[in-house]
Ligand binder design. Structure first.
Ligand code: CA
Length: 709
């Protein structure tokens, strides 16, 4: 079939549908796919993108090759859908029989006809209303995706609900609260469906005394099937089972008072070969182990991959990447299934591939959790010198636990690799990892470790627990890294400016696709990393692309709209340099095909914030110092570090509200803008607000000074 003809036919069909004003999914004309375990376990099915990582394998590899290293120069925009009102778009869209499903800001779900780009339905779970003005501040508005199973679309909401929708109409079928509404926990990850169950964890190990768990629900009814706790509870209450008892032996002190952490907010993979769920678990709560478990210990099952029986949720095996973790080095990154020929002359082994925050790439036997190999994929690692293959444990560097003095640690709390998905191409044999090179400074010499209590319900990752030592100016780079998991070595690498670039997609067309935070969407040759194609989409990208085909035409789709911790908290100054300002650019869903010839939508120009520096307001240094502490605990999670917004929330240096304490009280203490996404902070008293005002004004004045790096 001639590709050009196909393209013309598709466009003609699209024009017809548009002209007729018909807006219905195209799957009427296609044999309906029953998305069940057999389909989800089939890596060869190519028309659909059925699950978060395409299928059960989580490889994000598509066998489609119409768009390939030779034809890609003809790739162009087929259609776009503007998504005004959305902020962060991080979702991996799913495509089933010509209809695309994805989640957006505040967990809103949408279905779109992929031939026309027209909205089929929209479902708003009203997360801000459900959370309420106070709890909203502990939600993490970063939905990364959804599940599709036997005619149902299942979403997790930022306020902790799991909701099943009818895939055809978007009508809710059941809804269940998976978190304790009294606790500051949220869902940002994609639910995973298998064997008529759907499993979900949650996030919140930064927010307070939470105990991580994953729960499986029956897809049909939403009723709970099983729950597995990642960390043990208070021994006085009795343990749930012998696994919890075993885990408790690896903790010291009164860990349960701090919750322990271990929240499973991202990496969950169903392994059909062994009928098991593999969960990548979170960091400790609080981060500093000296507080959480003062006598040390491995603190199971923090920062681990844990295999659970899919039917019962019972523990099978675990591998801990960071025993006794104390740097936010969680193992929540994606867990990819592969069959690898590791030794010449031997058959293939069923392994998992995992590149967590700590900078090491792990190949683990899925049968028993045995470590096969582990090597540093991060160029710079200062917390450990390697992994001891005899014990499977990291060889920690001296002083890395900041025992007595500050320690600059690579990788940072963002990790050498975050949730931005990696992809694995079984044809090239390579894994494509978005990496980050950035340190964190750790210094708890001024922290009262013995009597540490969480100062408030706010997210206090900064000064209270040890993070916040000096970080050299000008650090922070990244790369797209092609890694050979068999030989455990780099094959090629594309160095990148700044960090927080998006997850990858790889195809049988010898391609790797990736969006960058600077607004460029690129394709590389999967074999050697040569840049083959690039387009400027006008706004930072944080979501991974997907590919699928309808009526013989291969499409690539991508959500555009920066988000996640690197935007909201850490990367304010990076985003600000590109002009990704709050409310300035319209978020988009873009779909590309060969011979696509639509112009890129006008998302709005880059916008650079002008800080307000009213004459007559001289910030008081002491007040500003107090204000900085308040800011780090209460404001930085959305308005970003240093009061330089990354675009998720308004830049406070330019906020009129901050010029008037009375207005500030209405917004902060009374929650006047709660339904706009600005939560209420009742406990911030007038003096705290005054201090905040002085800090923000001080930061505003700094913009008049020449940059220091
Ligand atoms: Ca964390």
């Amino acid at each position: 079939m001639n590709v050009n003809n196909l393209g013309r036919i598709a466009r003609a069909a699209a024009i017809f549908v548009l002209a007729a004003g018909i807006c219905r999914p195209s799957h009427d004309a296609i044999a309906e796919t029953i998305v069940d375990d057999a389909v989800l376990a089939d890596p060869d099915q190519k028309e659909n993108w059925l699950a978060y990582g395409k299928d059960f394998s989580e490889q994000r590899f598509s066998p489609l090759d119409q768009i390939n290293a030779d034809s890609i120069s003809k790739l162009g925009l087929a259609w776009s859908l503007a998504l005004p009102g959305d902020k962060s778009l991080l979702s991996t869209p799913l495509v089933v029989d010509g209809t695309m499903y994805f989640t957006g800001s505040y967990s809103k779900a949408r279905a779109v006809d992929v031939k026309t780009g027209k909205l089929v339905w929209e479902y708003d779970p009203e997360t801000l209303k459900h959370a309420g003005a106070d709890r909203a501040r502990n939600m993490w508005d970063s939905s990364r995706g959804l599940a599709f199973y036997k005619g149902k679309v299942i979403i997790g909401t930022a306020d902790g609900r799991l909701i099943a929708l009818d895939a055809k109409s978007g009508s809710p079928i059941w809804s269940t609260q998976t978190t304790d509404p009294k606790l500051p926990q949220y869902i940002s990850g994609a639910p995973k469906a298998f064997r008529d169950l759907v499993v979900i964890g949650n996030g919140g190990s930064e927010n307070g005394a939470g105990r991580g768990y994953v729960t499986a629900y029956h897809v049909e009814t939403g009723k709970q099937a099983w729950r597995f706790y990642v960390v043990p509870g208070n021994p006085a209450d009795g343990f749930e089972d012998e696994t919890q008892e075993m885990a408790a032996k690896t903790w010291t002190g009164d860990w349960w008072k701090h919750g322990g952490g271990g929240q499973t907010w991202n990496g969950v993979t169903y392994d059909p070969d062994y009928d098991q769920i593999l969960i990548g678990t979170g960091n400790g709560a609080p981060w500093n182990q000296k507080v959480r478990s003062p006598g040390g210990g491995d603190n199971l099952f923090l920062c681990s991959i844990v295999a659970l029986d899919a039917t019962t949720g019972k523990y099978r095996w675990h591998y801990q990447t960071v025993p006794g973790e104390t740097w936010d080095y969680n193992s929540n990154m994606d867990i990819v299934l592969a069959d690898l020929a590791l030794e010449e002359g031997e058959g293939k082994r069923k392994v998992l591939l995992h590149a967590p925050k700590n900078g090491f790439f792990y190949v683990i036997d899925r049968k028993d959790g045995k470590l096969i190999s582990a090597e540093a994929f991060a160029k710079k690692i200062t917390w450990a010198t390697g992994i001891d293959m005899k014990t499977g444990r990291p060889i920690e560097a001296e002083g890395a636990r900041y025992e007595t003095k500050p320690f600059l640690i690579y990788p940072s709390a963002f990790g050498a690799h975050s949730w931005h998905a990696m992809s694995y191409n079984p044809e090239t044999g390579l894994v494509y990892i978005p990496t980050i090179e950035l340190p964190s400074g750790w210094d708890d010499t001024k922290v009262n470790l013995k009597d540490w209590t969480k100062p408030s319900w706010d997210m206090d990752v900064a000064a209270d627990i040890g993070l916040g030592g000096d970080i050299p100016k000008g650090v922070g780079t990244s790369s797209l890294l092609a890694w050979d998991p068999v030989k455990q070595r780099k094959v090629w690498e594309v160095p990148q400016r700044d960090y927080w670039h998006a997850g990858t997609l790889t195809t049988a067309g010898n391609l790797v696709f990736q969006g960058r935070i600077d607004g460029h969407f690129l394709a590389y040759d999967a074999r050697d990393g040569k840049e083959l194609w690039s387009v400027n989409v006008g706004l930072g990208i944080s979501a991974p692309p997907v590919t699928y085909s309808v009526d013989g035409i291969q499409y690539v789709s991508l959500l555009v709209g920066p988000g996640g911790v690197g935007v909201n908290i850490g990367g304010g100054s990076i985003m600000a340099q590109y002009g990704w300002a709050y409310g300035a650019q319209v978020r988009q869903l873009l779909t590309f095909a060969l011979d696509g010839n639509k112009p890129m939508p006008d998302v709005g120009p880059p916008s650079f914030v002008t800080a307000l520096t009213p004459a007559g307001f001289t910030p008081d240094d002491q007040l500003a110092d107090h204000g900085e502490t308040v800011y780090k605990r209460s404001c930085a999670f959305c308005h970003s570090a240093g009061a330089v917004s990354g675009g998720y929330a308004p830049d406070l240096r330019a906020s009129e509200v901050f010029l008037d304490v009375e207005q500030l009280k209405k917004v902060v203490q009374e929650g006047a803008l709660a339904l706009n996404g600005m939560p209420r902070f009742r406990h911030l008293a007038d003096d705290a607000l005054k201090a905040l005002q002085h800090y923000v004004r001080k930061q505003a004045l700094k913009t008049k000074e020449p940059p220091s790096n």
